[in-house]
Design a protein around this ligand. Structure first.
Ligand SMILES: Cc1cc2nc3c(=O)[nH]c(=O)nc-3n(C[C@H](O)[C@H](O)[C@H](O)COP(=O)(O)OP(=O)(O)OC[C@H]3O[C@@H](n4cnc5c(N)ncnc54)[C@H](O)[C@@H]3O)c2cc1C
Length: 636
């Protein structure tokens, strides 16, 4: 049995010790080492981060993992309007509090450890390998305190002293302190009984009284750690102004709503009511709560109508977080399956020596390495983009040329993060389900028996493709971004295509030529969809008078005109995710020759998978779209 989930993971350590470009990230986190009480150089800082990961690795292996089956059996429950946790979880949360992990990424001046968010993400994987529901609960502390700080910075209620390199004041300072101390936590309340993916249909109301005080009315359901004291609530403040299904997004605002207050005598006054804790398939250590707000006092964040925009700011981080949670489950499932297969004998040898099982295990491991490349890079770009943004806001360089340089870097990281995040959320969560299901299969009958723990992993994994934006929503986002990117800048797309063609001939070795060929396959898939969409648009155009062509073309609306692309969005996302991974692994292999084997193993599978998906995109679906177009209903 492992005694440290960080130390025993060579692939994870490769990133921390070799691959991650820490220097720029640490410079931004430590304000170029000028911060009072900060680290003096990147080596010092990195040693500290490694120490943090090391202690989380040990804590997860020794004190969380052995309790996973007990956590699974003993659930949180509602008693007299208060959500209670079983002792086993209370003990774990108290230990996390003692380790001071709830303030891991918050600046020291508000009481945190000032670690990069990337360290928090890596810790999510380590925790999730022990028990993913503990990760969820832990994340709704520090993650929500970070959101309070970020929102306050965005709305301009945080002041910063550039001489001391310190935050002077921030709007939710007291709440942040409570969270860091482990005495409170937050939740993100979006979903309602009638609206989940379709945020434009949310109906919870935000309104003001004569004195300008804000209140919130409505019901939110399925809220992780929804027994929190501090709720970020998305509520409607403006009416939907047309029949357009998406217009409702503009009328949403973001509020911070305390669900209760506790006075000095520890008397609790409810400002919202917890209706119940859901009984669910897995994630038993995390409370999933429904909440009723009735004239609950609320604090508007930013401006009216900013709700969707503000939510997107933290949603990217949350989705990257799910990528790391998924990795944790994949790692646990793979290790459990591998260990069992190396001992279980069948027909004269251990089952890991039977070709099919060996192939499963090989693919599971290769997938994990690919997802980790995507996760680390996605998290890195997201954090760099956010930190460069803060630098431009609080400490813009005096020289215009330097400012432009930072703006350029910020845009680059933001674009990369936007590209990689839906791919990561999609692929990692789907793979967590696939890999934990394989873990059961490799265990045979034992896999189906609760005591073994394999089926728990699958039950825990099943929610990952659902929350923080379903797999289908991730696919739609990725597809739209890729196709709109081509529409906006077709020249860039052609240049990328041409560069890949050149690489198929000139790349230094056959393996890099194969990488280029896979890139071309993804461009061909995109091209196919573009041609289909344009063909449909052009045929509609020919029915219109010439004078209307220009405005007709400008009205190209992805929400209405992308039917074939929407049909194939998931297939396209799988191809683009594989290409993104292969590109990352190829970059690693050029720098670290020992990683060429990782690339080679991933590429072998990705090439054939992508060809299959490409064929599905180009050869299927016409009949379904035809049937769907008949009065908008499918005729079977
Ligand atoms: C354990 C758990 C924890 C959760 N935690 C939170 C939380 O902390 N905060 C919060 O606000 N919510 C939370 N949720 C809710 C979760 O985010 C939603 O369930 C999710 O967003 C999906 O919404 P829905 O359930 O309404 O499904 P729907 O939106 O009704 O979707 C149903 C199905 O239709 C698909 N679908 C919907 N629209 C489209 C489309 N345009 N194209 C193709 N397919 C589509 C979906 O992908 C899905 O497969 C949690 C849920 C669970 C189970």
């Amino acid at each position: 049995m492992s005694t440290n989930f960080f130390k025993d993971n060579n692939d994870l350590k490769f990133y921390v010790e070799k691959q991650i470009d820490w220097e720029p990230l640490i410079e931004l986190t430590e304000y170029k080492y000028k911060k009072k009480d900060g680290f003096k150089n990147s080596k010092e800082a990195l040693n500290f981060y490694k120490g943090v990961l090391d202690s989380i690795g040990e804590f997860s292996a020794k004190e969380v993992s052995p309790l996973a089956s007990q956590i699974d059996l003993e659930h949180p429950y509602l008693e007299n309007g208060v959500v209670k946790f079983p002792q086993v979880l209370e003990n774990i949360f108290n230990k996390i509090k003692k380790l001071e992990l709830y303030g891991m990424c918050l600046p020291t001046e508000v009481g945190g450890m000032n670690c990069p968010f990337l360290v928090f993400m890596l810790s999510n994987e380590i925790f999730a390998r022990a028990d993913v529901s503990v990760t969820a609960h832990y994340g709704f502390h520090g993650g929500m305190a970070m959101a309070m700080l970020l929102f306050s910075i965005m709305e301009g209620t945080t002041t910063f002293d550039p001489k001391k390199m310190e935050i002077q004041k921030t709007r939710f300072q007291d709440y942040i302190k409570e969270i860091i101390d482990g005495d409170a936590w937050g939740s993100m309340d979006i979903t309602e009984p009638g609206a989940g993916s379709d945020m434009a249909a949310l109906t919870t109301q935000g309104y003001q009284d004569d004195k300008g005080n804000w209140f919130v009315d409505g019901q939110k359901i399925f809220i992780t750690s929804g027994h929190a004291k501090y709720h970020f609530v998305i509520a409607r403040t403006e009416k939907r102004d047309s029949d357009d299904a998406f217009s409702g997004l503009k009328g949403l605002s973001m509020f911070l709503v305390p669900a209760f207050e506790i006075d000095k005598k520890k008397k609790r006054t409810h400002l919202a009511t917890f209706d119940g804790v859901e009984d669910k398939m897995g994630h038993h250590g995390s409370a999933t709560v429904s909440i009723n707000f009735k004239k609950s006092p609320a604090y508007l964040i930013g401006q009216r109508g900013d709700g969707f925009k503000l939510m997107l700011q933290i949603m990217n981080n949350a989705r990257v977080g799910v990528g790391f949670e998924s990795l944790g489950i994949c790692e646990a499932a793979y290790r459990m399956a591998k260990s069992y297969a190396s001992k279980r004998e069948s027909m004269g040898k251990t089952i890991d020596q039977h070709e099919m099982i060996a192939d499963y295990l090989d693919e599971m491991y290769s997938d994990i390495q690919g997802i980790r490349a995507l996760a680390v890079q996605g998290a890195y770009h997201e954090e760099m983009a956010q930190k460069l943004n803060l630098m431009l806001k609080f400490m813009p360089p005096e020289k215009e040329s330097e400012k432009k340089d930072i703006e350029k870097k910020q845009k680059y990281h933001q674009e990369r993060s936007r590209h990689l995040t839906p791919l990561l959320k999609y692929l990692a969560s789907e793979k967590a389900v696939e890999i934990s299901r394989r873990c059961i299969q490799i265990h045979g009958g034992y896999g189906y028996i609760t005591e073994i723990g394999a089926e728990k992993l699958l039950r825990d994994a099943m929610v990952l493709p659902i929350y923080e934006g379903t797999s289908q929503i991730q696919s739609l986002m990725s597809m739209k971004d890729n196709l709109m990117g081509i529409l906006k800048d077709p020249k860039k797309f052609l240049e990328k295509n041409a560069a890949a063609y050149i690489q198929t001939i000139r790349a230094p070795s056959p393996i890099y030529r194969r990488v280029a060929k896979l890139q071309i396959l993804s461009y061909k898939a995109l091209q196919f969809l573009m041609i289909k969409l344009a063909g449909k648009k052009f045929s509609e155009m020919t029915k219109k008078p010439f004078s209307e062509w220009e405005s007709f073309f400008k009205e190209w609306d992805p929400k209405k005109d992308f039917a074939i692309a929407m049909l194939h969005a998931e297939r396209l996302t799988r191809i683009i995710a594989d290409v993104a991974i292969v590109e990352l692994l190829a970059n690693q292999a050029q720098k670290f020759p020992e990683r060429e084997e990782v690339l080679s193993r991933y590429l072998e599978r990705a090439e054939n998978r992508c060809k299959f998906l490409y064929n599905e995109i180009t050869k299927t679906g016409a009949g379904l779209l035809e049937r769907l177009s008949v009065k908008g209903k499918i005729k079977n």
